[in-house]
Design a protein around this ligand. Structure first.
Ligand code: S3P
Length: 162
């Protein structure tokens, strides 16, 4: 079974995945290998619908590898992905307030996020997605002001009790 980390942009999914396992998959990186360009360039050239199509294909391939998977924040935008998440038993939602996430997004200059160019647009996305993350999650961890090590420990403790 894979551990699948979900949550909005800036929640720390990749950082936590890396700490959980050396064999982690960063879905955005896997997508960039497949499309051979940065995600932001792909959005500019082909748009979001085509991106979601590739994201779904890559996610379905990744799920069979039984690794820790850090998903992109929009993984819940696609009905097929929601079906896949529904069958998984270790979906972990890294939950945070929008304002905390927005500050982290602003500080992160390594990632060009095409859907985070405008704060109000991003807030609306967050408000639409937040209930869906909750719905598909098997474990919800509030990550505000929490060190990644502590988050990893909470996930391990939870797994130990499964
Ligand atoms: C997206 C989030 C990004 C990336 C793409 C779209 C989204 O991943 O997949 O820019 O729709 O929220 P992160 O959540 O890792 O930033």
């Amino acid at each position: 079974m894979s551990i699948i980390l979900i949550g909005f942009m800036g929640a720390g999914k990749s950082t936590v995945a890396k700490l959980l396992s050396d064999d982690f998959i960063d879905l955005d990186k896997m997508i960039e290998q497949q499309i051979e360009m940065p995600i932001s360039t792909f959005f500019d050239l082909f748009g979001e619908d085509d991106f979601r199509q590739v994201e779904q294909e890559v996610f379905e391939a990744a799920i069979h590898m039984n690794f820790v998977i850090a998903t992109g924040g929009g993984i819940v935008e696609n009905a097929g992905n929601l079906d896949v998440l529904g069958f998984q038993t270790q979906v972990v939602y890294l939950k945070s307030d929008f304002d905390v996430l927005w500050q982290r997004i602003l500080k992160d200059d390594k990632n060009q996020r095409p859907l985070a160019k405008n704060k109000e647009f991003a807030r609306k996305l967050f408000e639409k997605r937040a209930p869906v993350y909750e719905e598909v999650a098997d474990l919800v961890i509030v990550v505000d002001n929490k060190q990644p090590d502590k988050i990893v420990q909470e996930i391990r403790d939870w797994q130990g009790n499964l």
